[in-house]
Design a protein. Structure first.
Length: 295
């Protein structure tokens, strides 16, 4: 009887302990949810303010400080888009973004695979030199790059904005190299026995297994190319070649900025990046676990 009584007391203690732990977990969950909720409001406030300003009239922008417009002017979006050749700017931006995506993914995959799976003299030294370029700010190399492109006659064309994409980037190479190194070499050894070459191994084995990392690189590259302002401003001098970011300068006139049109156009330009991140965020989360492919 005594043994059964002790067992009952032990079970009750375990039950109380588990209830206490679950209670603390619920409280922690509620606190965490509240923190995330208020943090989301802080992050989303600028977007809400942009939308509110975009829906106001020209006179109301300077008078109404509330987030709720007195009169809802949805036509500001069409007026903003038609106030400048934004269809041309969109086509130019898409061209630069697509070429940049292709060049970045192509060069990054080749270079990362070489550093991860091939053996050659000086591999580690070269890789350290590649990583060393991450410590050089882009502003430092901007003037030398402009001088170089100017001397070879590329200023005023898309070449300075597209060709460098095919040379790879240190961060992307490092990220994909780590993912390649996490893949068991047994896959490539089996493929070599079947007569597959290095290029086929890369395209048929390594790239499919590292799709989340490649998707993350693609999303970051898209955002960088789509929102690039300094590059087009520096190298493009023909309005027919302007991108969307340069097109937003259209609303800065001699009398000031037409804020309602400027905010409407900015929201239109922002929409693609938000949509792409919304649908691709699961791949970005998966890519955090670099080397997570096990064999």
């Amino acid at each position: 009887m005594k043994g059964s009584t002790d067992e009952i007391k032990t079970k009750k203690k375990r039950l109380k302990r588990s209830e206490s732990i679950s209670h603390h977990q619920r409280v922690s969950g509620i606190i965490g949810t509240c923190i995330l909720f208020f943090g989301s409001i802080i992050v989303l406030y600028p977007l809400i303010w942009m939308l509110s300003t975009a829906l106001k009239s020209d006179a109301e922008v300077m008078i109404n400080t509330s987030l709720i417009p007195w009169d809802w002017h949805w036509d500001n979006f069409s007026k903003a888009w038609n106030s400048a050749p934004f269809d041309i700017y969109l086509r130019n931006t898409l061209y630069l973004t697509v070429i940049g995506l292709i060049g970045t993914l192509f060069s990054t995959a080749l270079v990362a695979y070489g550093f991860a799976k091939l053996n050659f003299i000086g591999k580690d030294v070269i890789f350290l030199c590649v990583l060393g370029t991450m410590m050089i700010p882009g502003m430092v190399t901007m003037i030398p790059s402009y001088v170089l492109f100017s001397k070879i006659g590329w200023v005023g064309t898309y070449l300075p904005l597209t060709v460098p994409a095919f040379t790879g980037g240190a961060y992307n190479i490092f990220l994909l190299r780590q993912a390649f190194m996490g893949i068991n070499s047994a896959y490539s050894d089996a493929a070599k026995i079947e007569g597959a070459g290095e290029l086929k191994i890369l395209t048929k084995i390594y790239i499919p297994l590292t799709r989340p990392v490649l998707t993350t690189i693609a999303v970051f590259t898209f955002n960088g190319r789509w929102n690039d302002y300094f590059g087009p401003m520096l190298y493009l001098n023909d309005e027919k070649l302007y991108t969307l970011q340069l097109g937003l300068r259209t609303f800065r006139g001699t009398a000031g900025v037409e804020w309602q049109k400027f905010m409407a156009a900015s929201l239109i330009v922002l929409i693609p990046t938000v949509i792409i991140y919304f649908f691709m965020q699961k791949y970005i989360i998966q890519s955090v676990a670099i080397g997570g492919v096990k064999g």
